[in-house]
Design a protein around this ligand. Structure first.
Ligand code: AMP
Ligand code: ZN
Ligand code: FE
Ligand code: FE
Length: 280
């Protein structure tokens, strides 16, 4: 069987629209053999995903996506093969989650000041138990009829330059790299397509293990460019769909963005070289 490995997906535990089971069923139907669930700031989907993945024959790699701050820009890092029972990691994730809740409240206050009648309960109804993000606020605005589509929420209110935007607390890239390494994982720069070269250099110096080369936002030129950097600096190459479900209109991306077995085996080799292990 040909391996098709998608190392970037989201579930309802962050801002995706599918449960881990739904995601895995979908992954199997589009012939993916391995996926990593990389929810924003949470690893809550992993236990049930691993269990169900075993049942249906799709391998699940524990992962997460962390927002970091570098040169005052938001940069996403992906952690793979992390030990989800690592105490320090769990402590950080609890902290991020609380911070996301307080930030959502601040954004709601700003929306209220713009005469938009929306409450934290409206957003919690959508976010349920997941780490609250802007997509949940967008969905609440849509439900309440303040906007006509998901993107309007960002264009009018909560986009990075919008009047109701609030920054998240971000860790420094260095601390995120250390957090992931200490939890036994490998750390990758997510979708670097929009990053300045100085940021890329900074991250390489901070000790990242690899770069997400394959991503829906990258064109052929960017794929070649980042693959060149991977080779030049002896890094690892990763890739995936960044699939969120229907929420962002990316429902057709699953099964289209993946890496080969060789690239995946290189990651496992790196884990064993650095004496980090991965218990299946
Ligand atoms: P947060 O982590 O709460 O800041 O939310 C970030 C998420 O919001 C991203 O992963 C996207 O899903 C979504 N997002 C951010 N900016 C936009 C935008 N301009 N248009 C659509 N979705 C966006
Ligand atoms: Zn997301
Ligand atoms: Fe991201
Ligand atoms: Fe993502």
């Amino acid at each position: 069987m040909i391996s098709r490995i998608d190392l970037h997906t989201h579930t309802v535990y962050s801002d995706g629209s599918l449960t881990p089971k739904e995601l895995l069923d979908y992954a199997k139907s589009v012939h993916l053999t391995t996926i990593s669930i990389t929810d924003h700031d949470t690893i809550d989907a992993i236990p049930e995903a691993k269990k169900y993945g075993k049942e249906i024959g799709v391998e699940v790699i524990p992962g997460l996506e962390i927002s970091t701050d570098i040169e005052d820009k938001e940069v996403h890092l992906l952690g793979y093969f992390i030990d989800i029972n690592d105490e320090e990691l769990k402590k950080y994730l609890r902290f991020f989650r609380e911070e996301r809740f307080f930030r959502a409240k601040r954004m709601i206050k700003k929306l209220n000041d713009l005469n938009i009648d929306i409450s934290i309960d409206d957003v919690l109804k959508i976010a349920k138990n997941s780490a609250i993000g802007r997509p949940h606020i967008a969905a609440a605005l849509l439900e309440k009829g303040y906007i006509n589509n998901f993107y309007e929420a960002f264009n009018k209110y909560i986009g990075d330059n919008g009047p109701a935007y609030e920054r998240k607390i971000h860790v420094s890239a260095q601390s995120a790299v250390k957090l992931i390494a200490d939890a036994g994982g490998l750390c990758f720069i997510a979708h670097p397509g929009h990053l300045k070269e100085s940021i890329l250099t900074n991250l390489i110096n901070a000790g990242i293990d690899g770069i997400e080369v394959i991503h829906p936002s990258h064109n052929d030129f960017q794929v070649k460019f980042y693959r060149g950097i991977v080779n030049q600096y002896c890094l690892l190459e990763s890739g995936g769909s960044d699939f969120h479900g229907s929420i962002k209109g990316d429902e057709r991306n699953l099964g289209k963005y993946y890496i080969s077995k060789t690239k995946f085996e290189n990651m496992k080799k790196m884990l064993s070289k650095s004496e980090r292990s991965f218990d299946d």
